[in-house]
Design a protein around this ligand. Structure first.
Ligand SMILES: [Cu+2]
Length: 240
């Protein structure tokens, strides 16, 4: 048995991708998700999509995986892998459930006239920081992809940042009007359990409370879902 733990997934095939860019995609979730544990069943495939991270939250040190013990209530599985499209996997509760606030504010930065990461997962209702680490002025213009409802449009001078809290789930387009080539995406989910599947569709969540959940997979225009009962130990699921 072998476990991989990391907070950073790397997108190689993004529908919003900038050719040649390899931004890490920071997972939006609180610390339990940062300690993604990949079961041996999918480790071989997932290891290709997991890269060491210098930004792993300190909280991951408390993860069961850090002590070498099997994780508690893990959900691992496989989502369909659509060519050229990133699959986002969200674990939504089927019964009302309160989640703790995020322990870390997700950040989208601007470096070299490029947004990074190119896809950021965030929590609906929790703050997100947009930074400008470039020597030039940028603005950040964000709108919901489905409704085209504007989220915000602000100029961010060099060295400054702007914090926004998304109020609606879904994809958001992120652009800079000053540099039209700049583009990125935000995916907001109410659940803290969201992740970007590996290139083979593999995903893993740890420390999932037992109960009735629904796995929702969003890949390009496709949206799939499957109900799952999470119990003690490992729950494996394939969404197809
Ligand atoms: Cu710009």
């Amino acid at each position: 048995m072998f476990w991989v733990r990391d907070s950073m997934f790397w997108v190689r095939d993004s529908r919003f991708g900038v050719p040649g860019s390899r931004f890490g995609v920071h997972r939006s979730t609180f610390s339990v998700l940062a300690s993604s544990v990949v079961c041996c069943a999918i480790a071989a495939a997932c290891s290709k999509s997991v890269a060491p991270s210098a930004q792993a939250p300190a909280a991951t040190a408390a993860s069961p995986a850090a002590a070498g013990a099997p994780p508690i209530n893990s959900v691992v599985g496989k989502a369909p892998s659509a060519a050229g499209a990133v699959a986002i996997v969200v674990l939504e509760p089927r019964t009302p459930r309160e989640f703790p606030a995020q322990t870390e504010v997700p950040v989208m930065d601007q470096v070299g006239e490029t947004f990074g990461p190119e896809l950021l997962l965030v929590r609906t209702g929790q703050p997100v920081e947009f930074r400008n680490s470039d020597d030039t002025l940028h603005n950040v213009h964000v709108m919901h992809e489905d409704t085209h409802e504007p989220a915000f449009n602000v100029a961010i001078p060099t060295g400054s940042s702007y914090t926004h809290t998304f109020t609606r789930d879904g994809f958001y387009h992120v652009g800079c009007d000053i540099h039209p080539a700049m583009a990125a995406s935000v995916f907001a989910a109410s659940s803290p359990f969201s992740a970007i599947a590996g290139a083979d569709g593999g995903f893993a969540f740890t420390d999932v409370p037992a109960g009735a959940w629904r796995i929702v997979v969003v890949a390009g225009q496709r949206r799939l879902q499957k109900d799952v009962e999470v119990g003690q130990g490992l729950t494996q699921v394939t969404v197809e």
